[in-house]
Design a protein. Structure first.
Length: 456
């Protein structure tokens, strides 16, 4: 066979969630045209040799805070997506706790307009599920949100949740629409109770922080929201799971056949409370990083499918915001650029396989949030790819990261593998750590009917 294509990637050792093998990848019009036997004759406008590297689907990070509009001193669409593609992430789903929060179709439309000409990766947007918004849900879905974000407990942006009656109504509507609600599952009442306990302690050490944001709050919020998903049929997705007990609750909800998915982040997989003494407020995130037993339970839950995916909760704050005592430091850390090297390091230690990484960070988020043409390497799929030299072993250095606010708890840690190329819809957007060409990212909207329910 011989024909003219836009780009051919030769000698690609492809790894995705379902396939691995040596192929040449022919790319036409932004899509994967064909997977060819290596060496197949084919004329291409551009050719890349991936010899010695692996090729994965571009990663999809379902939980990032790009901070635009309103908080652009912390991050922007340009800087956050530059960091993403440098880390092999070609699609990010952005949270609505920006200023203004994404609480109306008009605000979502305005946010969407910021993407073209700025974004290096594709960007999808969540809308807020806040008080008084029930009548707007369908319109927000129409405009193209990937899902709704519900903050059950206090976190950056201080956005309140609707009361349970209103949530019941909202969940019924979202069950009909088949659109997932992503939940920050910490129960406000238990957080307030924890705060009161801490104020009697006199000191504010890491133990105080754990008391202030107790497991009890995470587990009870997770349980409540799973019950509501069961009662209404609404698809829910539990954000940043941190504890063994929350995993149990999610496992039970899934066993009932409810449409429940969950994510955890590298923060909880690679850090524990024991690291605080060395790492400091760089690892202050909400919910908090807990103990080693929890860390082990999260790895086990990823392996057995109770936790479906890894998302970074990329939440940059300026060095001044972070350089405070523990009680006052901002909560959140960047993560989109360190996701892949941390996971490849885990892979090298036998904690996961390359196929696991693509399942957790590409295939599952694509399925849940409605992008059936992304997250896999297959003919007809979008040509979003990352080419990785897995042999490189290096040290993560926050001064080398592309985010606007680079205070990372992973500074000084080992990273494995360098993303040599990131390819977005067939265009090279990053080569050897440098951005290439112009920002080509689009505002991406879920495919109608493209969301998998995940109900068992
Ligand atoms: C996030 C932020 O800063 O926007 N912070 C965090 O600690 N996780 C908010 C959030 O995801 O809860
Ligand atoms: Zn959160
Ligand atoms: Zn978040």
């Amino acid at each position: 066979m011989c024909w003219l294509v836009d780009l051919v990637i030769r000698n690609a050792k492809v790894v995705d969630a379902h396939f691995s093998g040596m192929v040449d990848i022919a790319i036409e019009g932004g899509d994967i045209g064909a997977l060819l036997s290596p060496g197949t004759a084919c004329t291409a406008a551009q050719e890349l040799d991936a010899q010695g590297c692996i090729v994965m689907p571009g990663l999809i990070d379902a939980h990032v805070h790009l901070r635009e509009p309103g908080l652009t001193h912390k991050e922007t669409i340009a800087t956050g997506t530059a960091a993403a593609v440098c880390g092999g992430v070609t699609t990010v789903l952005d949270m609505p706790n920006t200023a203004p929060p994404v609480s109306s179709p008009q605000i979502l439309k305005e946010k969407g307009k910021l993407v073209a000409g700025q974004a290096w990766a594709d960007v999808g947007f969540y809308a807020l599920l806040g008080p008084g918004m029930v009548h707007q849900l369908a319109a927000l879905v129409e405009v193209g949100c990937v899902g709704f974000k519900l903050f059950l407990g206090p976190t950056t942006g201080s956005l309140p949740a609707p009361d349970w009656g209103e949530l019941y109504e909202a969940f019924q509507i979202l069950a009909d629409l088949g659109v997932p609600v992503v939940v920050h599952a910490e129960d406000r009442a238990w957080v307030e109770c924890g705060q009161a306990q801490v104020s009697n302690r006199g000191v504010f050490d890491y133990q105080s922080f754990l008391i202030q944001r107790p497991k009890l709050g995470e587990v009870s919020a997770t349980q409540q929201i799973c019950l509501l998903a069961g009662a209404t049929g609404a698809p829910i997705h539990i954000a940043h799971v941190t504890s063994a007990e929350a995993v149990e609750v999610i496992g039970r909800a899934k066993s009932y056949g409810w449409s429940v998915t969950a994510e955890t982040s590298p923060m909880y997989l690679f850090l524990s409370d024991e690291d605080y003494a060395a790492v400091g407020t760089a690892m202050k995130v909400l919910p908090p990083v807990r103990g080693r037993t929890d860390q082990a339970a999260l790895w086990a839950a990823l392996r057995n499918g109770i936790i479906d995916m890894i998302a970074t909760d990329h939440a940059p704050h300026t060095p001044a915001d972070k350089d405070q005592d523990l009680a006052n430091a901002a909560a959140g850390a960047p993560g989109v650029e360190t996701l892949l090297p941390l996971l490849l390091d885990a892979g090298r230690q036998g904690r996961c396989t390359l196929a696991d990484i693509t399942r957790w960070c590409a295939y599952e988020p694509a399925r849940r949030f409605g992008f059936p043409n992304k997250g896999r390497i297959q003919p007809g799929g979008r040509a979003d790819l990352v080419i990785i030299d897995t042999n490189e072993v290096w040290t993560i250095d926050q001064s080398q990261l592309h985010s606007k606010s680079c205070v990372t708890p992973f500074h000084g840690r080992r990273g494995v593998g360098k993303a040599r190329y990131a390819i977005l819809a067939g265009n090279i957007v990053m080569a050897d750590g440098d951005l290439v060409g112009r920002p080509r990212g689009n505002w991406v909207k879920p495919t109608q009917g493209g969301r998998a329910s995940h109900a068992r």
